[in-house]
Design a binder for this molecule. Structure first.
Ligand code: PHE
Length: 511
């Protein structure tokens, strides 16, 4: 059988034959100035005809670290100090005086001084009273260490097991001086089989193979003369580094689709919100601790917000003071309109939900109303691996007659199931605006733990009556944390990763 190989593969075979021994793939690629991938694909062609192959070995590669490289380029501290003495033709100097001249950090200065002594360039004596240095050598040729560093700088890395005993000693010195780096790498060693070693190159035919057909080949008909390269669909393609949609945006879109498939409509609301919609409309008393500065970002500009229709504000005021027509006795304090006018960065998207209730009243909407909102909220939190000061909530409500807690549990279970979380558990919770209130946790099998995802409940009459939503019409409501879901979904352990954008992780994300 005649062997047909591409021109480049024949070239590489020739080079391997000339070398006569095994060689390391990335070194050969560098030597020939060809791409590593091109070289390995040529080796694959050789493997196909049993002419060559490669084996993988693990090696410890040593190289200079940043500081080591800096010294290799700009001299070790001992050489820097020597240069000062020689330039100023000083044979004798006080230790402290040289320190001042040297511009070196004290620690590095003394390291330099010790090494000058080790190199037998200087002696040090306190005989005259002051700690003094004397230049004692005749000449100062490059030390073995300096030569070794120069070599490491030039060839970037060395295979530790190939070092001579002398070089190993030098490496030890550098290592003790913390100027090195060691990395485990897999190397590919290329070799020729006996068949490859024996084959007569002149007997190999050149394969005219193309991987692409051009329009010229088509119009001239020459495409028929070419051998078309077969694609091996089982091999991974090269890593593409093109732009793509951020995983968080992908996740948001997925959540959007789930709610839309359940018959919901998306709503949005302002980030700069009135305390009225963020707190008061939610029956949170004006001295509620959640309103305090440590939790809420209050704004100076704009300092006040507009309130909705006067009679609606009055309805909220009365609910706070005496329960209004909700059947409650209210909080029993004097409600202050000015506090409600304060502006805040919304602390939850429930404020946007409240705007939807106001719209419901204004438009005399018909039930059912099913809306959701996925948007940013802000809290004055200390950042750590599970807290952000700016995060995203997945909020939603259903306004309908006779809806109850089972409907709410069913809805949230359905949502999490569609997200891929099969098991959810609900526990009693507390929010000033829902009764009953529920916390939702999902089971995370990787950790074998229940993780809390957010709150939910049925809005209290004190929240819905001011907007004309009265028994048996009720509002089911929930607010879940998007980033919590994202951490589980994308298997990230630190919530901050989602926004500091670890590039390696982003590149691994699908398109
Ligand atoms: N607003 C609550 C939070 O930010 C979540 C929630 C929304 C709870 C709606 C009940 C009803 O934690």
């Amino acid at each position: 059988m005649t062997i047909k190989l591409k021109k480049q593969v024949i070239e590489i075979l020739k080079i391997l034959k000339e070398k006569g021994s095994e060689c390391e793939a990335s070194k050969l690629a560098a030597e020939l100035s060809i791409d590593y991938i091109v070289l390995m694909s040529a080796i694959n062609d050789l493997i196909e005809f049993d002419l060559g192959g490669f084996k993988e070995v693990e090696v410890n590669q040593i190289s200079l670290n940043d500081e080591g490289r800096d010294y290799a380029l700009n001299e070790l501290p001992e050489r820097q100090l020597l240069k000062i003495l020689r330039k100023e033709k000083v044979k004798e100097i006080k230790v402290n005086d040289l320190l001042k001249k040297s511009n070196l950090e004290e620690k590095k200065y003394f390291i330099g001084l010790n090494n000058m002594k080790k190199n037998r360039w200087i002696s040090r004596s306190k005989a005259s009273g002051d700690d003094t240095i004397f230049l004692i050598a005749e000449s100062y040729p490059k030390t073995k260490l300096e030569v070794f560093m120069g070599k490491l700088l030039k060839i970037k890395y060395l295979d530790f097991s190939n070092l001579s005993n002398d070089d190993k000693d030098l490496y030890d010195i550098l290592n003790k001086r913390k100027l090195t780096e060691k990395k485990r790498r897999t190397q590919r060693i290329l070799f020729l089989t006996n068949k490859g070693k024996k084959i007569d190159i002149s007997k190999i035919e050149e394969l005219k193979q193309v991987s692409k057909i051009t329009s010229e080949m088509l119009s001239s008909g020459t495409w028929k003369d070419y051998n078309l390269k077969h694609f091996d669909v089982t091999k991974p393609g090269p890593l593409l580094k093109a732009g793509k949609i951020h995983p968080m945006v992908n996740l948001i879109n997925e959540i959007r689709e789930i709610f839309i498939s359940l018959g919901f409509t998306e709503i949005r609301g302002p980030i700069i919100e009135s305390a009225f919609f963020n707190f008061d409309a939610l029956f949170q008393p004006q001295d509620h601790p959640a309103r305090e500065m440590h939790d809420t970002f209050y704004l100076n500009n704009p300092k006040t917000a507009k309130l909705p229709e006067k009679e609606r504000v009055k309805a909220v005021k009365e609910t706070h003071e005496n329960g209004g027509d909700s059947g409650s006795i209210g909080w029993g304090y004097e409600w202050d309109e000015n506090i409600a006018k304060q502006t805040v960065l919304r602390t939850h998207t429930t404020s946007t939900t409240m705007r939807r209730l106001a719209q419901f009243y204004r438009n005399k909407d018909k039930t059912p109303v099913k809306v959701f909102c996925i948007d940013r909220v802000f809290r004055n939190e200390k950042l750590d691996k599970s807290h952000l000061a700016e995060f995203t909530q997945i909020e939603g409500i259903v306004i309908d007659e006779n809806v109850n807690l089972s409907d709410l549990i069913g809805l949230l279970s359905e949502f999490y199931k569609k997200m891929g979380f099969e098991k959810i558990i609900t526990r009693p919770g507390f929010f000033p605006y829902t009764e009953p209130s529920m916390e939702v946790s999902v089971y995370y099998d990787k950790l074998g733990e229940w993780l809390e995802m957010g709150g939910s409940g049925i809005f209290r009459p004190e929240v819905t009556y001011p907007w004309g939503i009265k028994n048996p019409t009720r509002v089911l409501a929930w607010g879940q944390g998007l980033e919590r879901i994202a951490m589980l979904y994308y298997n990230r352990k630190d919530i901050r990763d989602l926004y500091i954008n670890p590039i390696k992780w982003l590149r691994q994300q699908p398109y």
